[in-house]
Design a protein around this ligand. Structure first.
Ligand code: COA
Length: 331
């Protein structure tokens, strides 16, 4: 049987989708009609799985706030990969819509199905429509392409570092510029680290020594976190093993300033995205989309992208914790 998963605009496909959901949820699972028809369908993106004759095999929907639901496959056709294909399409659509996180309320029996597609449980199980449920979610990679931009000379570090500028002064501007190669990646990174006023977030899977095991980087970070009582830097890593083995300078600095610089380890299940990023003040970022390639973009004023990167960072931060290898180091 051929399988096609395609978008199903609600106004055109409502009748067929309603019939299928009535069969699966209302008749088979005894979900009350009032709960099934929640009034949100017209606002959602819908997907349907069809065979080569155009017969409807299954469906799913994505709400505007990034929730996948109403996943239904005709009972005689389950276990053949139709649900998996529908789910993949809905996740792709969520990423394309700019969501940093996609979530769902899984019926308990379907938890393994969603887990195998990369969703992880959140919180405790609960009941919905008389059926045990579990909230599950996954972080989505942000789509990002390095744009073509004219080069510019590095901005000279201000005589008084950003740390000493008074609150209320205009934000320092840092025009967008791409970088390619180790040396430029380092230069632009230093520019980025001189800019934040309030908060700084760094994600680097292994705390790349080429970028972060540098005295100038530590000096810039140290100036930033000491600049006012409330400035803080948060650093997310996937593994500190190599950094610990090589006496990484940034780890030593974070130990000295542990009230102000916090390093947390992303749990393995969430450690998927291979990019390095420095994000500050919901306004600017330095971004290297592929950890292995020194190529990326520095942009001091892109609040939309900076906020999305920050939201994704916060999602991971909430699920991360102290790194046992770093804790041992403190004893
Ligand atoms: N429990 C455990 N594993 C399940 C499962 C279940 N209920 N349903 C599917 N899986 C596994 C399959 O074994 C398969 O694993 P494999 O690739 O290792 O063999 C994988 O998940 C993909 O399954 P797939 O064939 O793509 O799923 P499906 O087409 O049967 O669709 C549902 C899955 C849940 C959509 C379908 O069972 C359904 O419509 N159920 C009734 C409605 C429902 O409960 N919807 C979900 C509400 S949260």
């Amino acid at each position: 049987m051929a399988l096609h998963v395609v978008p199903a605009p609600w106004p055109e496909r409502a009748q067929a989708l309603r019939e299928l959901r009535h069969e699966v949820f209302v008749q088979e699972q005894q979900v009350p009609e009032a709960l099934e028809w929640d009034g949100r369908d017209a606002d959602c993106q819908h997907f349907m799985a069809l065979d080569e004759t155009g017969r409807l095999l299954g469906c799913a929907r994505l709400t505007p706030d990034g929730q996948i639901g109403r996943m239904a496959v005709r009972s005689a056709l389950r276990g053949q990969g139709i649900g998996r294909a529908l789910l993949a399409e809905a996740v792709t659509a969520a990423a394309a819509s700019g969501h940093v996180r996609v979530f769902l309320h899984a019926q308990e029996h379907a938890v393994p199905f969603y887990r195998s597609a990369g969703f992880l449980p959140e919180g405790e199980p609960y009941e919905e429509a008389g059926i045990p449920h579990q909230t599950m979610s996954q972080a989505l990679p942000l789509r990002f392409e390095v744009p073509a931009l004219p080069d510019r000379a590095p901005t000279a570090r201000p005589a008084t570092a950003a740390s000493t500028s008074a609150p209320g002064e205009p934000e320092p501007t840092l025009p967008p510029v791409t970088f390619k190669g180790e040396a430029l990646a380092q230069t632009r990174l230093l520019e980025a680290l001189e800019t934040p006023r309030r908060q700084l977030a760094i994600i680097s899977p292994e705390l790349d020594p080429t970028l972060f095991d540098q005295q100038a980087v530590c000096d810039a970070l140290s100036r930033f976190v000491r600049s006012s009582a409330s400035t803080r830097a948060r650093i997310l890593i996937y593994s500190s093993r190599r950094a610990v083995a090589s006496s990484h300078r940034l780890i030593a600095l974070a130990r000295r300033l542990d009230e102000r610089i916090t390093i947390a380890k992303v749990p393995e299940a969430h450690a998927k995205d291979e990019r390095t990023a420095v994000i500050w003040d919901n306004v600017g970022y330095w971004l290297q989309p592929d950890t292995l390639v020194y190529e990326g973009l520095l942009n001091g004023h892109d609040p939309v992208m900076a906020t999305r990167l920050q939201e994704r960072f916060d999602y991971l931060w909430e699920r991360s914790g102290p790194d046992p290898e770093l804790r041992q180091l403190k004893l």
